[in-house]
Design a protein around this ligand. Structure first.
Ligand code: FES
Length: 106
């Protein structure tokens, strides 16, 4: 299903505007994994790919899942998190990539 969406998007620019691209490449240190909307959060995606990430609340309160965003963009579908987020930092438990991204885990 995801491949069909991507092919349709590439074949017709008008469809690209109407159908969101549902997968993005996530580069973690030197590894690459694929985020799918089915993952629901970046943290779920990282866990699915056996990438060890710190977390606690999984709801944007504690900041334990904070990582450095080196490239790309994310959004917080359920609103801005309450935990402090510095420049170039994101909270993996409550964000989703809106482009291909590159992150660094501490
Ligand atoms: S796990 Fe608590 S803010 Fe992400």
């Amino acid at each position: 299903m995801h491949l069909a969406v991507l092919v349709m998007g590439q074949a017709n620019n008008k469809l690209t505007d109407q159908i969101p691209i549902v997968e993005h490449v996530v580069t973690v240190n030197n590894d690459k994994v694929s985020f799918s909307v089915d993952d629901k959060t970046l943290l779920n995606c990282l866990e699915k790919n056996n990438i060890d990430v710190h977390y606690h609340c999984r709801d944007g309160f504690c900041g334990a899942c904070r990582v450095t965003l080196n490239k790309g963009q994310v959004c917080y579908p359920n609103g801005e998190p309450l935990a402090f987020v510095g420049d170039n930092e994101i909270l993996t438990c409550c964000c989703i990539p809106t482009s291909d991204i590159k992150i660094t885990l501490e």
